[in-house]
Design a protein around this ligand. Structure first.
Ligand code: BES
Ligand code: MG
Ligand code: ZN
Length: 483
């Protein structure tokens, strides 16, 4: 998408098919916009009134001007004191309405960060149509930002929004077309384009390296697993972070088979890995001075003849053993290996993202991720990164006395806890593999898949986590690890 900056409405009106005007309760427009609104006459005010437009956040009202440019004016409500995500959502509403127009203009940059406007607009026009015989994608070619926009923000905004869309594509891809080896191919291309270093562990390397968790989960599938190690290594890095993402390319549950309904969305069980690779892409494009390692174990979880059985004991990368009592609690097994490998590289901090537990989705619903961690300062830092990025995270505890729920006489731990607090016992197992490294775990089982089209979100894979990780790295680039 081409982004243009123009100082005044007159320039934009000569070009744009659709114009989005930001509105505060009143509705209040200012200066030049006010004059233009006046010139639209009574019809516009009628349109506002008929839709009972009060300029509340999330509201919008559409008016056909009867002329050509713009043929439509959309009033975009922002409420009294819009934060960045309110503006991002308003841009999303505009993007959704204007997907048939090649040139779209908006005054939203006067209400909030240019970055949020561009991000919201691009993300909202995403569609996944690879398997449709008559695809009907958005046609918008340029977005004209009217007013006081900040040109320096457009590169980052485009990088982030496109990375989110890349992650959504991978999440939405049918499982048949995203075998671990196929994903390796895609990531190799990306690494080529962006000058990233990719190390792919195949089944042999995984066996040699003692990755019993990944191999144990992969055992039931004909498709071989891959653990991808993706490095972004700029000169003069202010910090070194490791991101780990769950990459289950289809979660059938394994021998502890899921019911049919629960399996319908399980192609999305690699959303954590998609977010990690998406974020690294954006970070590289933005040229941020932070060294980033992405660790993404990709494998199916299937009940094939060689599948891990309930009762089997796996030995993980750091030597700790796990008794598998439910093969559907597979995410923690692959993450155990990946986290242990991360520790070996000595990062300043680690963040993992995983569609890990139904329990987290029960607790926080479909739009909010659970956040757990072993380090107060990092927990606060990641919580703030989520806020800045417009992704909702909620801090949950890691109660050390719950650790006994995963005790077993057979091994160092078992892979399921008791009936309650499933998101927490899963995270407590992960904690066994992070050593002394400051670490945060994001359980994105809910928001990885958006339930409906809504502002800049589209139904299906959401790319959740990309923006939080980028925002965290931006913070580290500016402040270092110890601000
Ligand atoms: N991938 C699922 C978790 C999940 C459920 C993600 C629903 C998104 C939506 C995970 O592998 C899983 O099956 N977890 C089990 C763990 C249980 C067996 C301890 C769960 O949550 O039921
Ligand atoms: Mg499972
Ligand atoms: Zn899973």
């Amino acid at each position: 998408m081409d982004i243009k900056f123009v100082p005044g409405l007159a320039d934009a009106r000569a070009e744009a098919g659709m114009l989005g005007l930001s509105a505060r309760p009143g509705p209040v427009w200012s200066g030049e916009v006010d004059d233009y609104v006046d010139s639209l006459g009574a019809g516009f005010h009628q349109a506002l009134e008929s839709g009972r437009f009060e300029a509340k956040a999330g509201q919008s009202a559409v008016f056909n001007t009867g002329s050509d440019r713009p043929h439509t004016v959309v009033a975009l409500g922002l409420g009294d004191d819009p934060d960045a995500d309110t503006v991002r959502r308003a841009a999303g509403i505009l993007g959704r309405r204007s997907s048939r127009d090649s040139v779209v203009a908006t005054t939203l940059v006067d209400a909030g960060p240019t970055r949020a406007v561009i991000e919201g607009f691009i993300m909202s026009q995403y569609s996944y149509d690879r398997y449709l015989s008559s695809p009907d994608p958005a046609v918008t070619e340029s977005l004209v930002l009217v007013g006081d926009g900040d040109r320096t923000e457009s590169r980052a905004a485009i990088a982030v929004a496109e990375a989110v869309c890349w992650a959504r594509d991978l999440v939405n891809t049918p499982p048949q077309d995203k075998a671990p080896t196929a994903i390796e191919g895609q990531v190799a291309e990306l690494a080529d384009d962006l000058d990233l270093r990719l190390v792919a562990y195949d089944e042999e390397a995984l066996a040699d390296g003692g990755f019993g968790g990944v191999l144990g989960v992969a055992a039931g599938s004909h498709r071989p697993p891959r653990l991808l190690e993706l490095w972004y290594e700029p000169d003069d890095a202010a910090a070194f972070v490791a991101f780990v993402g769950k990459g289950i390319t289809f979660d059938s549950g394994g021998l502890s088979l899921k019911p049919a309904k629960a399996m319908e969305t399980m192609k999305t069980d690699m959303s954590g890995a998609a977010a990690v690779i998406g974020a690294i892409q954006a970070i590289a494009r933005m040229g941020l001075p932070v060294r980033v390692l992405g660790l993404t174990p990709f494998t199916d979880n299937m009940p094939g003849p060689l599948a891990t059985k309930p009762g089997d004991v796996l030995t993980t990368r750091n030597g700790k053993t796990i008794e598998v009592l439910n093969t559907d609690a597979e995410g923690r097994l692959v993450l155990a290996d990946a986290l242990a490998l991360g520790v070996e590289y000595g990062p300043d901090l680690m963040v993992d993202l995983a569609t890990l537990t139904g329990a987290c989705k029960v607790a926080l619903g479909e739009k909010i991720a659970g956040l757990m961690g072993n380090d107060e300062k990092l927990v606060r830092m990641v919580a703030q990164a989520g806020k800045d990025a417009g992704e909702r995270l909620w801090h949950l505890p890691l109660p050390s006395d719950y650790r006994s729920q995963i005790d077993t006489p057979m091994a160092d731990m078992k892979n399921i806890g008791g009936r309650w607090g499933g998101a927490l016992t899963a995270a407590l197992l992960l904690e066994e593999f992070v050593g002394d490294v400051p670490w945060v775990h994001l359980d994105i089982a809910g928001p990885a898949r958006w339930p409906k089209n809504e502002a800049y979100q589209t139904q299906g894979g959401s790319g959740f986590g990309v923006r939080t990780l980028v925002s965290l790295v931006e913070h580290l680039a500016e402040n270092g690890v110890d601000p």
